[in-house]
Design a protein around this ligand. Sequence first.
Ligand code: HPA
Length: 285
Amino acid sequence: MERAFDPTHAVEAAAWIRGQMGARAVPMSALITGSGLGMMADSVQAPVRFPTTEIPHWPQSTVEGHAGRLVVGSIAGHPVIVMQGRVHFYEGYPIQQVAFPIRVLQALGVQRLIVTNAAGGMEKSWAAGDIMLIRDHINVPGMAGQNPLIGPNNTQLGPRFPSMANAYDPTLRALAHEVAREQGLTLREGIYAMVSGPSYETPAELRFLHVAGAHAVGMSTAPEVIVARHAGMTVLGFSLLTNMVLFDPTAEEETTHDEVLEVGALAAPRLVRLLEGILTRWATS
Ligand code: HPA
């Protein structure tokens, strides 16, 4: 069987990144910035930046709002490696390639992953611009045969059948709520449904996901979190609800990518502040 993921490629990419870092230690924590949230990387102190086009084997994003850069530095004094922009399944990459950067982080020794994304909110009482802490996910492509762990398992990297119970760390989720409370920030919590996209969901699909328990829907994150958990990383995730989904088939409005980017830009500072608070406490706990 042909391998969709070559572990030697991740090791080569990691070696290249290490080579760029000179005497600096590789951070143990990584952050992925979602659609429209790339400016979160601007709050990194003492940054070293390099375009992902220079990293061997790294999948390149083709989507507006995804800069495709790695930024290494610190947030609130906590060393982090920030992946500014990610690739999506809908761009045509095999699902294993979508999660390839996580394998590189694993090869670098990263142990904590914070994922962010843009998503459509599904709860009537919530609003566009709200931040949702991800409690769990529904991996719709995964349930239909697109799981990034399909293929031969490399036991050096993780177990054949990894658990996805508490994939989003309960202790960190409690910490996120505590910090949000201190900051006077409304933090929603819910279940993120990943769909492949790139078309937005039909009203019937949205009702299907909502009945299944989803609170937000987006086109990323699940493959990365599955691989991160396979790799034994601790994961924390946030969705920025850039729009409220339209369940009503007669609705005149529609969801647009511009709207997603605009709301992302407005909310990014709140998400950064929340992360700063969490990292401050995380670093000392
Ligand atoms: N659906 C899917 N993905 C999204 C949405 C949405 O409504 N908003 C932002 N990303």
